[in-house]
Design a binder for this molecule. Structure first.
Ligand SMILES: Cc1ncc(COP(=O)(O)O)c(C=O)c1O
Length: 381
């Protein structure tokens, strides 16, 4: 437990809760989950399975119809995978990641993390006894080839990438993924590609998967899940895609830990992946409106550097001009305006001049909250 640091963002949550109890209006820009309900057809499929008696253990790898649905989903995106050998279904993408780390990383290994990065990667890497090493990108999650090459030494056993990225919303393009794979082949490490936000991309952008670069998954483990695209965070349903050997090892871990993802949740997952995708499109359209508005407002605020995100539901503006640590600034903004954000330091030491804002809240709240914040920032600049 000594290797797991206490959450740096807990202080903000506690403060926001306290202010809310006192009757203050709080604008929740810190939330890391969709604010939409799970689509009705998915809920109905879960209820039907539950009422139909689907309440027992399932195969550790996942139920065959869901493995087929995942195979079909990837086929529709132009990727050939085999549901019964390349896939393991897990209780959330988090468990896919953790089982992946447990089965590929030894204690003492170095694991590169393309940063800024979701804090959970570093915590999990430490938990398995390995050492996370940040590989900073250029603004907007642009790969810095020289930095990556200099950090990818022979002692590195894995690299974690996340596209679209939490917290920047940046994506890695085809050439960047190819370059990463070349390096993985040359220095013999595994690339963990967390693609959980792949459906949440804007302006008709087509997200590139690491599978495009490495279709045989010799050096790649894809992490994905239904939490974000189908607004199913509480259902806990994720999966990994990789070569049969790695996946088999992960199945063994799952057999001996969680046993399987929840049975009727897996049935709901089949409906999510094979049923109508209209509600996903509706959510994406709404996120795009919010993304446009939030970046327009940030770009207008003097002193803030803001990159237009291509995907996910976060922006990660740079507040260097205020000269305060991200925790101090986030706390000040919360106390004075009710706007809750996530301090940049949570995503890597070098991001202590950034704040992450999620746009998983209504357009009205986005406009109102940021107007309050803007007035306040002008007074302390
Ligand atoms: C980058 C990233 N990967 C994975 C997850 C977790 O996904 P799940 O709910 O499937 O465990 C999150 C949740 O915030 C995330 O931001």
């Amino acid at each position: 437990m000594e290797r797991i640091p206490p959450s740096g963002t807990l202080k903000m949550f506690d403060l926001a809760k306290k202010l809310e109890k006192e009757g203050r209006k709080i604008y929740h820009f810190e939330v890391g989950q969709p604010d939409f309900p799970t689509p009705d057809n998915v809920v109905e499929a879960g209820v039907k399975a539950l009422r139909g008696g689907m309440t027992k253990y399932t195969p550790a790898r996942g139920i065959p119809p869901l493995l087929d649905a995942i195979e079909g989903y990837y086929a529709s995106r132009g990727h050939k995978i085999e549901g019964d050998s390349n896939v393991v279904v897990t209780p959330g993408a988090k468990m896919a990641l953790f089982a992946g780390f447990l089965s590929t990383i030894d204690a003492g290994d170095d694991v590169l993390v393309l940063s800024p990065a979701w804090p959970t990667y570093r915590v999990m890497i430490r938990t398995v006894g390995a050492k996370p090493v940040d590989v900073p990108t250029k603004p907007g999650y642009e790969l810095d080839e020289e930095v990556l090459k200099s950090k990818a030494t022979k002692t590195v056993s894995a690299l974690v990438i996340n596209t679209p990225n939490n917290p920047t919303g940046g994506v890695l393009g085809k050439e960047q993924l190819r370059l990463i794979l070349d390096l993985a082949e040359d220095r013999d490490f595994v690339v963990f590609s967390d693609e959980i936000y792949e459906s949440l991309v804007y302006d008709g952008f087509k997200q590139t998967s690491m599978l495009d670069a490495d279709p045989n998954m010799e050096h790649t483990l894809i992490i994905n899940g239904l939490s974000k695209a189908y607004s199913m965070t509480g259902w806990r349903l994720g999966y990994a895609i990789g070569n049969p050997e790695t996946i088999e090892n992960m199945v063994r871990i799952q057999q001996n830990t969680t046993s399987c993802a929840t049975s009727f949740v897996q049935a709901a997952g089949v409906e999510a992946l094979t049923g109508s995708q209209d509600s996903v499109q509706k959510m994406v359209d709404e996120y795009q409106k919010r993304r446009d508005e939030i970046t327009r407002i940030f770009c207008e605020i003097e002193g803030i550097q803001c990159v237009n995100p291509k995907g996910a539901f976060y922006v990660f503006p740079d507040f260097s001009e205020w000269g305060l640590s991200s925790m101090t600034l986030a706390e000040l903004i919360l106390k004075k305006t009710g706007v809750t954000s996530t301090p940049g330091s949570a995503f890597g030491e070098q991001y202590d001049h950034h704040l992450r804002f999620s746009y998983s809240l209504s357009l009205d709240d986005i406009r109102e909250g940021l107007a309050e914040m803007r007035k306040f920032l002008a007074t302390i600049r």
